[in-house]
Design a protein around this ligand. Sequence first.
Ligand SMILES: [Zn+2]
Length: 87
Amino acid sequence: MNKATLRASPSTAGKREPKMWLKACPRCGGDLYEERDVYGKFIACLQCAYYLTEVEEVLIKYLASRSDAVEAKRNSAKLEVIAGGKR
Ligand SMILES: [Zn+2]
């Protein structure tokens, strides 16, 4: 029996800062934030509680990583196109 493998890892996970995307909500243009619960990570809107789909999450992270706040408007416009196309 090797009890060493059961050793708990140090809790450094709580160190991560919450991520936010200002005025990026495809529904209301509000501020999105990244959260974590028992089901995993998700991105939701502070203003209207809209939950981004997986596709939207990937897209917004991609757009945020290659553009700054100046282009936020264009980014949300792209999101609207994608979100609207699913209806
Ligand atoms: Zn919203």
